[in-house]
Ligand binder design. Structure first.
Ligand code: PLP
Length: 401
């Protein structure tokens, strides 16, 4: 083979989610989009808040285009980082400085930079708590480290601490957490974050190592029923926060986010420099310039989260009425539902026969469950219920035959 085998493998196999999405597009062309119920992707459907387009118009009309579209410094424009730091400090009562922030192309890049910056040996391990975003594995392994999985606590979708404890060892470099969670919709409670912090302090002392928390928070603002998302660095010093505006501002294609390296991180400057070095090594150069500047004027704004809440309520009520066992999401825009047979892949195949495109939990490290993405048209949710009901009845009929 004349190309890198691992890169070839990654590039020629689509993720299960993308595969399903592509299938859905083909199917819609065959039988009409109105007859396909595509719950596969996490692409926000509420428009970006008005301030985004207003700011783009204003910036393109009033700023000279050479500076507007020029390179920024690698870590991002200083005024932008200062505005984000001020916002985090107001929101969480922290003392973040502009120089603690490194602008990235979304959370995916932020995570990749953290894994690259922290990996020092081939034996290093990053632990992901299931259910988890499947790309973590790709990013961790591409950084030269190993990924370790903690099975899900399917009762509450918090953390199974007994299982986590068993997996922490001398090679553990970090624990990746994602709250609000894709795919379960769970939000970690303050108690969960406290317990995690205390366990990692204990284990860092036991092994004489520094174990990081990598807090992946692209859904931080998408929460319901007044639930609050604890600010992890306030509980644990060695926390790196990966944030993205993909979901909160509905800008997934514009690729904008950041890594926060709080001052509480031991050797904060060295960690920050290694993140910058990883950005350089990967050829990231700088985060998109126009969208860095858009952020300054849209700080704290979000798309219409209520629309996602209405979808959540509609879907939850409809599916539980049919008889499905669903976890009520407190945040993000996914519902995690128990498959009607132990093999979630086979269940999703059956769902596909009813034109329902849902994603097996297997890739999220949680077999036996399926993810239904509800950042879709409310009308499609309502129209899909008869198909969900047929699927349910098929399984009931099989059980009784
Ligand atoms: N982390 C999680 C949990 C996600 O769900 C996603 C995207 O869906 C990402 C990271 C990557 O987000 P971004 O578009 O900001 O790279």
């Amino acid at each position: 083979m004349t190309v890198n085998e691992e890169m070839y493998r990654l590039g020629s196999q689509r993720s299960a989610i993308r595969e399903l999405f592509e299938y859905g597009k083909g199917r819609a062309a065959e039988i009409g989009a109105e007859n396909v119920y595509d719950f596969s992707l996490g692409n926000p459907t509420v428009p970006a808040p008005e301030c985004v387009n207003e700011t783009i118009r204003e910036l393109t009309e009033t700023t000279d285009s050479v500076s507007l579209h020029g390179y920024t410094s690698a870590q991002g424009d200083e005024a932008v980082r200062q505005a984000i730091a001020d916002y985090i400090n107001r929101r969480d009562g922290m003392s973040v400085a502009a120089d603690d922030l490194y602008m990235t192309m979304g959370a995916a890049a932020a995570l990749s930079l953290c894994f690259r910056a922290l990996t020092v040996s081939r034996e290093d391990e990053f632990i992901a708590v299931a259910p988890f975003f499947p790309e973590y594995r790709v990013f961790v392994e591409a950084a030269g480290a190993k990924s370790v999985v903690v099975p899900a606590d399917t009762g509450s979708f918090q953390i199974d601490f007994e299982e986590l404890k068993k997996r922490i060892g001398p090679h553990t470099r970090g624990v990746i957490i994602n709250s609000p969670n894709n795919p379960s919709g769970a939000v970690y409670t303050e108690e969960t974050v406290r317990r995690l912090a205390s366990l990692l302090r204990e284990k860092s002392a036991e092994y004489q190592t520094r174990i990081f928390i990598i807090a992946d928070e692209p859904y931080r603002e998408i929460v319901y029923d007044g639930v609050s998302v604890p600010s992890v660095p306030k509980y644990y010093d060695n926390t790196l926060v990966c944030y993205s505006y993909s979901k909160s501002l509905s800008l997934p294609g514009e690729r904008i986010g950041y890594v926060l390296v709080p001052q509480s991180v031991t050797e904060n400057r060295a960690v920050y420099a290694a993140i910058a070095g990883a950005g350089r090594a990967l050829g990231y150069v700088c985060a998109p310039s126009l969208f860095q500047r858009v952020l300054v004027r849209c700080m704290g704004q979000t798309g219409d989260v209520e629309q996602y809440k209405r979808n959540r309520d509609l879907l939850y009520a409809g599916l539980t009425k049919i008889g499905y066992e669903c976890f009520l999401p407190q945040g993000a825009f996914y519902m995690f539902v128990k498959a009607l047979e132990p093999d979630a892949d086979a269940f999703c195949e059956q769902a596909r026969k009813e034109e329902l495109l849902i994603v097996p939990g297997t890739g999220f490290g949680c077999p036996g469950y399926v993810r239904i993405s509800y950042c879709v048209d409310a009308d499609m949710i309502s129209r899909s219920f008869p198909a969900f009901e047929r699927l349910y009845k098929k399984y009931c009929a099989e059980e009784h035959s």
